[in-house]
Design a protein around this ligand. Structure first.
Ligand code: INS
Length: 545
């Protein structure tokens, strides 16, 4: 759709490449090409989304998910490192040093997230991933060799840029590569890598506790996956949607052929051509000769003034805001401190349970997301987070001042926290990272940047206010406050988040065009699932014959 709300028109790049295999051009009243009408005609018979993805797509996803692992590992090790540093940075580190060291990464990630989308549009998804790895390596090397607090903070800040960029690029790359039926699950593999990275960082941190300079090893180990990913990514392809936008049609066809061919079935050449043509229609509406600045200006205007794109922005930022402002990362960063206050003897081991629950329930989300649907999963879990937080607030209220771990209220707190983490991980912990699917290509980079920045902005706010809130308004007040934000989140999801599971990226643009269209999206997603199920049955019975 254009800025003035009229039917979308195909701009020069698409017009130039229409071939004799393509359907007749459709003209609207004002003489422009009607993209939707052409797309509908081309789409007729293009059903490669129904097939099984090539195992190579899984391999590629795992490789991209190294970025998620690094995000998790680098945000996870800080809690163990802070306890172990002692006087290794030249003096005893103070609480405010700890706050600086922790939030330097969040601040870097916020800034990295802001530029990541635009960088990805200019340099490509692949090279920006390689760039993020370089930042991981430089940041980790600086910290490993740090002998002053400020070198440590500098290293964390540089690494933060890498974390912010990687947190945007990995899900973006996966969702542009994945066949629609598997997109949700493949994006969650990346979140699984984040939570896995956090568990491993906690576990290594606990294992190295007490070892002289063990924290340096903990930090330095993060360099290995970064270098490994950097080397392997040199040989990885760009996404077909990005290639199309760059006018590299032959390369795009090659990648499409490769993604959609299953082990023993090559995709029909005509179908490949049509699929790429569809991608062109939806993903290539800018003049190829535009300068970076003009592209950026165009995208900014489109994002804020085209109602469908603005709706996508509201949904993406809203979900990322809920993910962080629900307070989850206060547990990630400070759970050991909390459990110490509650009276547990081995607070680090107890916080490992929190990280483990987070990872276990992310696996549940992986299994359910494309079957149950993103919206339904959120509606079923966000209220649960709120209820668990209320229970937590009540338990803190009744917890006696010098409680021990055998106090019934201490046990209630542990159970309430695990419930909260389980509800979080099954839903809002991962659904917002499906953000790329909400935006059409020309605003995808910028839109996902805004959403990623909202994530890291929220992360920074929670990380830097949690301990102060616990002191000023008591633990009960703090968790009660987070509970009310979760309730607001539930209302937001109910009114604004349409179902997107099993829809193609291009279908989703259609859903958001003239409203949030919750009902229509549910119906479309349902129909897509029935169609996929039917086609799977046909494939199975064919192979039986
Ligand atoms: O999706 C991830 C995951 O839930 C992590 O456990 C959390 O620490 C991050 O903030 C979030 O973005």
């Amino acid at each position: 759709m254009t800025a003035d709300g009229k039917t979308a028109s195909i701009q020069a790049p698409v017009e130039l490449t229409l071939t004799s295999q393509m359907p007749a051009e459709k003209e609207t009243d004002n003489g422009q090409y009607d993209a939707d009408a052409i797309a509908r005609e081309i789409a007729n018979g293009v059903d490669i989304e129904d097939g099984q993805p090539n195992p190579f797509v899984f391999l590629l996803t795992i490789l991209v998910s190294f970025s998620g692992f690094l995000f998790g590992y680098d945000t996870g090790y800080v809690s163990g490192a802070l306890v172990a540093i002692g006087t290794d940075l030249g003096r005893e580190i103070t609480s405010s040093d700890k706050e600086f060291i922790t939030s330097a990464t969040s601040l870097g990630a916020l800034l990295g997230g802001i530029i990541a989308g635009t960088l990805a549009d200019v340099l490509g998804r692949k090279w920006v991933t390689i760039g993020a790895n370089t930042l991981f390596v430089v940041g980790a090397a600086l910290q490993t060799g740090a002998h002053t607090v400020w070198t440590m903070i500098g290293g964390r800040f540089i690494m933060g840029w890498g974390v912010g960029i990687a947190s945007l690029i990995a899900p973006l790359y996966i969702s542009e590569m994945a066949p629609s039926r598997f997109r949700g699950r493949l994006v969650i593999l990346n979140v699984l890598a984040i939570t896995g990275g956090q568990v491993i960082a906690y576990a290594i941190g606990a294992g190295l506790e007490g070892l002289q300079n063990g924290w340096r090893l903990l930090v330095g180990l993060g360099i290995i996956p970064a270098v490994a990913q950097m080397i392997m990514f040199i040989y990885m392809p760009e996404t077909p949607r990005y290639l199309v936008r760059r006018g590299q049609i032959e390369k795009a066809r090659h990648v499409v052929r490769w993604i959609y061919s299953s082990r023993n079935v090559e995709v029909d050449e005509e179908v490949v051509v049509k699929k790429v043509k569809l991608l062109e229609i939806y993903n290539n509406d800018q003049h190829p000769e535009w300068s970076g600045y003009n592209r950026f200006k165009y995208a900014l205007k489109q994002l804020y003034f085209v109602p469908g794109h603005f709706r996508a922005l509201v949904v993406a930022c809203g979900l990322q805001g809920i993910q962080q402002l629900c307070g989850f990362n206060s547990l990630m960063y400070f759970s050991a401190t909390i459990f110490q206050v509650v009276g547990f003897n081995k607070p680090t081991a107890v916080s490992l349970i929190v990280a483990g629950t987070n990872m276990a329930f992310t696996i549940l989300a992986f299994l359910l997301i494309d079957i149950v649907g993103r919206r339904r999963i959120l509606l079923c879990t966000v209220w649960g987070m709120s209820a668990a937080l209320v229970l937590n607030a009540i338990a803190f209220h009744f917890l006696p001042p010098n409680a021990t771990q055998s106090d019934p209220w201490a046990i209630v707190i542990l159970i309430a926290m695990m419930l909260y983490v389980a509800f979080y991980a099954a839903g809002i912990g991962n659904v917002p990272w499906q953000q790329s699917e909400l935006f059409p290509m020309h605003v995808r980079g910028l839109g996902t940047s805004m959403a990623t920045a909202t994530n890291w902005g929220g992360n920074l706010i929670i990380g830097s206010t949690f301990l102060t809130m616990m002191n000023r308004i008591t633990p009960s007040g703090t968790f009660g406050f987070y509970a009310s934000l979760c309730l607001l989140g539930e209302v937001f999801v109910y009114f604004c988040y349409p179902e997107t599971s099993c829809l193609t990226l291009e279908d989703i643009q259609g859903v958001l065009k003239d409203g949030f269209n919750i009902k229509r999206s549910n119906q479309m997603s349902q129909e897509a699932k029935i169609k996929h199920r039917a086609s799977t049955r046909v494939v199975v019975s064919d192979s039986e014959v």
